[in-house]
Design a binder for this molecule. Structure first.
Ligand SMILES: CC(C)(COP(=O)(O)OP(=O)(O)OC[C@H]1O[C@@H](n2cnc3c(N)ncnc32)[C@H](O)[C@@H]1OP(=O)(O)O)[C@@H](O)C(=O)NCCC(=O)NCCS
Length: 172
């Protein structure tokens, strides 16, 4: 991954009055993933495809930064990043979604780069992400962006396996 220090063009901090725009992107963005991997509101209510109106603010309240890609005044992708409560030097990137109508234009990669930039600025040595392991297309994409797989875990009750990946952040 490019070792960028500068914020990518089009990346914004999301103010509370625009959380509903992000929620719409998260719901439609994750809808494609749940359809492909047997994820339902019943078996995985925590998936962003099923988030309630207050869910975005709840993640921010837990200490995560919310940032987005804006195109022609419209939010087309967003993600959260923040420090691990239990692991010093580790930040996690969460709930990355790009509107299905604006994919393959590099917005997803721009959001990953922005998450890495924020983690580095926050003093982190690594950025982690947890994904549906069966989504090998997604896993391959993260690898192309410089992530490496740490482990895969099958949790009781989950219909998919969780793969954790991490990106080493340059210190200089
Ligand atoms: C993963 C995701 C954010 C990529 O967004 P994007 O703006 O299309 O990303 P980029 O343009 O930088 O890269 C596109 C690449 O993403 C990869 N990709 C991974 N999952 C994908 C998906 N469900 N649909 C399309 N592309 C996907 C492909 O390799 C694609 O390459 P291609 O354009 O050559 O086909 C977007 O597909 C998405 O929102 N997926 C659903 C939610 C999700 O799985 N989020 C990540 C888990 S935290």
């Amino acid at each position: 991954m490019r070792n960028e220090r500068e914020r990518h063009e089009g990346i914004i901090d999301v103010p509370p009055e625009r959380y509903s725009e992000c929620l719409a992107v998260l719901r439609s963005g994750f809808a494609t993933e749940v359809a492909d991997f047997g994820i339902t509101r019943e078996n995985t209510p925590s998936n962003p495809a099923f988030w309630s109106d207050s869910a975005v603010a709840a993640v921010v309240d837990r200490g995560f930064e919310l940032f987005a890609v804006e195109q022609d005044g419209r939010i087309v992708g967003c993600a959260f990043a923040g420090p691990s409560k239990s692991r010093p030097g580790v930040w996690s990137l969460r709930h990355l979604a790009v509107d299905p109508t604006t994919r393959h234009a590099g917005h997803g990669a721009a959001l990953v780069i922005e998450g890495a930039r924020r983690a580095r600025a926050g003093g982190a040595a690594v950025l982690t992400i947890g994904i549906v392991a069966e989504n090998t297309r997604l896993s391959d994409w993260y690898r192309r962006l410089g992530f490496e797989s740490i482990d895969k875990t099958a949790y009781p009750g989950l219909v998919f396996t969780v793969e954790r990946l991490q990106l080493a952040l340059a210190s200089t």
